[in-house]
Design a binder for this molecule. Structure first.
Ligand SMILES: *Cc1c(COP(=O)(O)O)cnc(C)c1O
Length: 380
């Protein structure tokens, strides 16, 4: 039996996208493919308000993290990392390996670093870049990316890098409107495509920074290597992931058909708040504080007396897969993804499975509470 994959990426892939993955291959120089690739790059650029370059490159979100740092900093530069969990912390390692001077503002898991702390830190010294994880998957915390962008208007020499791997195409984002210099994501999260492509948007300011760095030590992630191909995908740099590009094109079509990013965000928001209310009605606590909860996933802390492994095993037996907690929350919570092209039916299935698993471990007497709460919220 196939399982419903409700982890925070990869997310379920709808039929029309899956069909693209199964198509017969074309040569990367085939005019039909070149046209498709160009269309994806241009549409993504427009969708996200990018006045510089949009990159669609084979690789995952982590490669995009590296790409963002490689093209915006040089050894010895100061970088400020705002961390709301595991993926925020990943930037520390990436930056230290490059020989950057790293300052970290970290929040207790479930909370955010305050805007005033960020502003005060930026005043202390000149930072080449600041990194913010829009949604940290380990905590389910969403940063106020737009408000941080406002602050950064006062610090024009600092590039604003946003990790959107668990937010882009779920939460609303726009480079121009939110003063973001570099935004990136992977295909497997809120775009609802199979894993394997990264998307990275770099505005003109970020491209100017890249130009100021001269030759950089990195090769595959160098903007300069990719720009000719992004401008004209008939030009070879490295073999494009042909079928993934088609799959992404279909995903972008779905986003546009849905009404664009704002409508898609509203759908995610309504669904997420309903799911979160349902989980609370079943006795779970949400790790992320009210006010900074992501719309793309929920980290649900178990009521007392639930064994994590047994619970997730019961879920798998009932047909859905969720993700375990990370770090200090391993064993204490499960992570439920609800982003991309998932439907209300998927959500009802997930919640009803969670109820059955709760009953199987003796933690729910009256079935229907969670599903009922969810449906009532969705009907509002
Ligand atoms: C998943 C994730 C990553 C890493 O992406 P990969 O595609 O697994 O390399 C980075 N940042 C965030 C916020 C993520 O959720």
């Amino acid at each position: 039996m196939s399982k419903l994959v409700m982890i925070p990426g990869p997310t379920p892939v709808v039929d029309s996208i899956r069909v693209e993955m199964g198509r017969e291959i074309q040569a990367f120089g085939d005019p039909n493919f070149v046209k498709d690739y160009k269309e994806v790059i241009d549409n993504l650029g427009k969708l996200y308000g990018c006045d510089g370059k949009t990159f669609v490159v084979a690789g995952t979100g982590t490669l995009a993290m590296e790409m963002s740092i490689a093209n915006s900093t040089k050894k010895g530069d100061n970088v400020l990392i705002v961390s709301h969990g595991f993926f925020g912390d990943r930037f520390i390692d990436i930056c230290q390996r490059k020989g950057l001077n790293v300052d970290v503002l970290a929040a207790e898991w479930g909370k955010t670093v305050s805007l005033s702390e960020i502003e005060a830190k930026l005043k202390e010294k000149s930072y080449a870049a600041i990194t913010v994880t829009h949604v940290d998957t380990s905590t389910g915390v969403a940063a106020d990316v737009a408000a941080i962008g406002e602050i950064l208007k006062k610090f024009p020499d600092t590039l604003y890098i946003v990790d959107g791997v668990c937010s882009t195409a779920g939460h609303y984002e726009n480079l121009k409107e939110q003063n973001i210099d570099i935004l990136f994501t992977g295909t497997q999260k809120a775009f609802g495509v199979c894993p394997g492509l990264l998307m990275l948007w770099a505005n003109q300011k970020a491209m100017d920074r890249r130009a100021s760095l001269g030759t950089i030590p990195e090769y595959y992630v160098d903007f300069d290597k990719w720009v000719p191909t992004m401008d004209d995908p008939a030009k070879y740099f490295a073999t494009p992931a042909i079928n993934l590009v088609w799959a992404l094109k279909e995903s972008v079509r779905i986003i546009e058909a849905e009404g664009g990013l704002k409508v898609r965000f509203e759908r995610h928001l309504k669904n997420a708040r309903a799911v979160q209310k349902a989980l609370i009605s079943l006795g779970f606590k949400i790790l992320a504080e009210d006010g900074c909860r992501a719309v793309t996933l929920t980290n649900a802390i178990y009521p007392d007396g639930i064994d994590d492994l047994a619970f997730r095993k019961a879920l798998i037996a009932e047909g859905i897969i969720v993700a375990p907690g990370l770090g200090a929350y391993a064993g204490k919570l499960f992570r439920l993804g609800h982003m991309g092209n998932i439907t209300t039916n998927d959500e009802v299935a997930a919640l009803s499975t969670i109820e059955r698993a709760l009953m199987s471990v003796g933690k729910l007497d009256k079935p229907g509470v969670g599903v009922g709460t969810y449906l009532a919220e969705m009907a509002k």
